[in-house]
Write a protein that binds this ligand. Structure first.
Ligand code: NZQ
Ligand code: ZN
Length: 381
């Protein structure tokens, strides 16, 4: 195993009704609250009213910034940071899915400085301070609620990239599975594909960590056992609860400790697809993972077969990939680009952007030949 430090400061409040502690928790941090949310689902499903009632109960002063879109963009973050500089919040309260939480993390480190949030994303600036962040998660998928990462798009540079810093951990995250009842069937499925992909990125990362491998299998088993059941019963609290906890554990460090890195090559591929066609994140991963595995089976057949043995009781790489694909199909996620409405006429565009962005993994380096083969697999299998 590689040496590691566990230093995750996020306090997670998990379970039905936990929002009753939201107001008092925020009030302990400060009085002026910048509330960040998305395109309005929280206004339709009643979560906005629950949150505002908590703020009013404590007499907190709230300024709102809404309109964060899925596959969030740096322009919105910069506008929110500008509004935040005028308001001078004591705390940022992010209410939404990964897109809202990620945007809020970069808003939190951009308010104290005068430059665009992209300087952080591109690694050209390091944050020195952050407005404290509290989150209310409304969609189980990314793990952003208990990690230090954020992913943003920039259409000027044509990049979608991730960035992480210790200052970006939420102070508190409130996870009430009943707040995810209103998540659509599609986004529920994309969340399951995303959490599965997160632990696979760890599994194919650098370094040997047997307990982390076992956490990987455990998270995927939860997804395989309860994911399809949830899609047939979207209002089930016990199933929403299992998937929400699995999504948090998929990217809070548990499956990574003892490794030098995850791989993240499949995420890098998925980010190019989202950037070009605004495809939901989880949908890009159910397409890219089988394609990546097909190519990598030439290089790491034993590792892929080990995954298959432990998850599906099969012995070959081909069977492992087939089983994983079958699982993605079972939860009605796309497994080829045309399934997501991206036809063969886009092949040159996809390939060109992947080569231009030097799409790569951290552990398994991708050559131009690899990228060409993976693109072919994503279109035709
Ligand atoms: O815009 P709103 O109104 O919030 O609606 C959203 C959006 O349309 C809706 N939604 C959220 N909660 C809902 C709901 N609809 C009904 N009821 C609810 N309770 O769902 C749609 C998708 O939301 P979004 O936040 O985009 O989804 P997700 O949580 O999957 O986040 C995806 C983003 O996170 C990034 C992805 O790249 C993508 O940009 N990731 C972040 C990571 C991290 N911070 O660690 C890691 C991941 O690998 C991922 O890259
Ligand atoms: Zn992801």
């Amino acid at each position: 195993m590689n040496n590691f430090t566990i230093d995750n400061p996020t306090v997670v409040h998990f379970g039905r009704g936990v929002l009753t502690d939201l107001g008092s928790t925020v009030a302990k941090i400060g009085h002026r609250v910048l509330l960040v949310y998305g395109k309005g689902s929280i206004r339709r499903n009643g979560i906005y009213d629950m949150v505002m009632q908590q703020m009013q109960q404590e007499g907190l002063e709230v300024m709102e910034y809404s309109g964060i879109r899925p596959n969030p963009v740096v322009g919105d973050v910069d506008m929110a940071a500008e509004a935040g500089r005028r308001f001078r919040p004591d705390v940022i309260l992010a209410v939404g899915g990964g897109s809202v939480l990620d945007s809020a993390k970069i808003i939190a480190i951009t308010i104290p400085v005068k430059h665009t949030g992209w300087l952080f994303m591109s690694g050209k600036a390091k944050p020195v301070s952050a407005v404290p962040l509290v989150t209310v998660l409304t969609l189980a998928a990314t793990g952003s609620e208990m990690n230090r990462f954020a992913v943003l798009q920039n259409h000027k540079t044509m990049e979608k990239v991730g960035y992480g810093h210790h200052l970006m951990y939420p102070r508190h995250s409130f996870l009430d599975p009943s707040l995810t009842f209103s998540v659509s069937r599609e986004y529920t499925a994309y969340g399951i594909s995303d959490l599965t992909a997160h632990v696979l990125e760890s599994f194919f990362g650098e370094g040997d960590a047997s307990l982390s491998d076992r956490f990987v299998y455990a998270v995927i088993r939860e997804a395989m056992e309860y994911g399809p059941a949830l899609l047939n019963d979207l209002q089930s609290y016990p199933l929403r609860e299992k998937i929400m906890y699995a999504a948090t554990c998929a990217l809070n460090g548990l499956t990574f400790y003892g490794r030098a890195s995850g791989d993240w090559g499949v995420h890098a591929i998925g980010h190019v697809i989202s950037l070009l066609y605004d495809t939901p994140h989880g949908a890009t991963l159910s397409i890219a993972y089988p394609a990546w595995l097909k190519r990598l089976s030439l290089r790491i057949p034993d590792r892929i077969a080990t995954l298959g043995q432990n998850l599906f009781g099969v012995t070959t790489t081909e069977q492992t990939i087939e089983e994983l694909e079958r699982f993605f199909r079972r939860i009605q996620c796309p497994v080829r680009l045309p399934d997501a409405g991206i036809g063969e006429e886009k092949k040159a565009e996809v390939l060109g952007q992947m080569l231009k962005n030097e799409t790569d993994g951290m552990n398994h380096k991708l050559t131009e030949e690899d990228i060409r083969a993976i693109v072919d697999h994503m279109f035709t299998g």
